[in-house]
Design a protein around this ligand. Structure first.
Ligand code: NAD
Ligand code: DAU
Length: 356
């Protein structure tokens, strides 16, 4: 059976990608070797539906471990690598950037080196068909003012947090491996995702979990920072398109055409919960609390995703309203998954981040 490698496939987007891959690619889907270190953000429960599916192989491996990667490449001879594995939370990168440098930069470098060594052993046909798809973020472009045009693929990089700086460094390495060694790479830069299996340290799942738990809904600063929200299934579909038909060495911006202030997002979530799981008295909006701002908080992200639509025909299928309703329903139906990830380490993080 042919295989692809997915790194970070026990995390939020990687996990959705793996599940969607088998749901959408039909009976002849390539197998997946899912390479994940299982940090606090990785959760094997996300992959329960694939427990007895022989097409899915899970390997608990750190992408900084070159020997382990070499062994996996030699064993499975993948036709592609889809690279999600990263430290992904901006607030954690502010408290402790070291892990971000290690995984996002050193880890991507190590994975590129292992992939390059393997790629060099392939015959010409397999070499030409091989793909290394690097999943990145719109945060590498920095912050927009209210009136700036959206980020395009040619917007200059200006990362502002340790997280986005480490992702920018990894993007540059991927680009250099194409330019210097001719490796067949592709990069996607996506806006904020939301949907099932999202770890409740990020705004949308945190607000749903806190609302249901009767806790404050913390809004940083004035709540007017803008993000461009995309349903995770749409991101996964975009990655599949770029993997199948993307132009080598190119970057593709992926976004939802859904610019919302954080306050708008939280109000919408409260309204949905008021409708779908009403409280005995009052509205979930009553739990909103303004808290200290994130240091260096980027004001606005917005993606111009026209290249992906023009060249590969991709458009998001979900609107913000349909995607968010589905997401709230998923959290209501999957409280066991949420309770499981909100144990131990999660509680330590919440008391550190929201202490004041
Ligand atoms: P996540 O934090 O939910 O998951 C990351 C996964 O990577 C986890 O399963 C974790 O165990 C694994 N991992 C971490 N360090 C590792 C290491 N050294 N070796 C192997 N595995 C390791 O992240 P996410 O939100 O799913 O993001 C996935 C990717 O998409 C990241 O590269 C992120 O930068 C990018 N991205 C995320 C968003 C978003 O809104 N979440 C938007 C655009 C791009
Ligand atoms: O833009 C893509 C990026 O989106 C990804 O690269 C990151 O991996 C992902 O985490 C996300 O980054 P953000 O920092 O935008 O996401 P987060 O959910 O942490 O925050 C969204 C907005 O909500 C941001 O303006 C900060 C704010 N916020 C967040 C939290 C956790 C709050 O107001 N209160 C909170 O408690």
């Amino acid at each position: 059976m042919a295989h692809i490698f997915v790194t970070g496939g026990a995390g939020f987007i990687g996990g959705n990608f793996v599940l969607d891959w088998f749901a959408t690619q039909g009976a002849h889907a390539d197998g997946i070797v899912n390479i994940d270190k299982l940090t606090y953000a990785g959760n094997l429960k996300t992959l329960t539906p694939l427990e007895s599916d022989p097409r899915h192989v899970f390997s608990r491996t750190d992408i900084c471990d070159r020997d382990a990667l070499d062994t996996l490449f030699a064993q499975y001879k993948p036709r592609a690598v889809v690279h999600f594995a990263a430290e992904s939370h901006v607030d954690r990168s502010i408290h402790g950037p070291a892990e971000f440098i290690q995984t996002n930069i050193v880890g991507t470098f190590t994975l590129l080196e292992a992939a390059r060594a393997y790629w060099n052993t392939l015959d010409d046909g397999d070499k030409a068909a091989f793909r290394f798809l690097h999943v990145s973020t719109d945060e590498v472009f920095g912050s927009l003012s209210e009136t700036d045009p959206q980020f395009s693929e040619t917007t200059a990089y200006a990362p502002n947090s340790p997280y986005s700086a480490s992702k920018a460094a990894s993007d540059h390495l991927v680009r250099a491996y194409h330019h210097t060694y001719g490796m067949p790479v592709l990069t996607t830069n996506c806006s904020n995702n939301y949907g099932p299996y999202h770890f409740p340290e990020k705004l949308i799942p945190l607000v749903i979990a806190n609302a249901l738990g009767g806790k404050p809904l913390p809004i940083y600063g004035d709540g007017k920072n803008v993000r461009d929200w995309l349903y995770v299934g749409d991101h996964c579909a975009a990655i599949r398109e770029v993997l199948a038909r993307g132009c080598l060495g190119e970057t593709y911006n992926v976004g939802g055409w859904n610019e919302k202030t954080n306050l708008e997002v939280v109000h919408t979530l409260c309204d949905l919960l008021d409708d779908m799981r009403p409280k005995a008295t009052g509205s979930y909006r009553d739990q909103i609390t303004f808290v200290k701002d994130r240091p260096g908080h980027d004001r606005r992200y917005a993606i111009d995703a026209r290249k992906l639509e023009r060249e590969l025909g991709w458009k998001p299928a979900e609107t913000f309203e349909t995607g968010l309703r589905k997401t709230v329903q998923w959290y209501l139906d999957n409280q066991a998954w949420v309770q499981d990830v909100m144990s131990g380490e999660y509680r330590n993080w919440v008391s550190k981040q929201y202490a004041a």
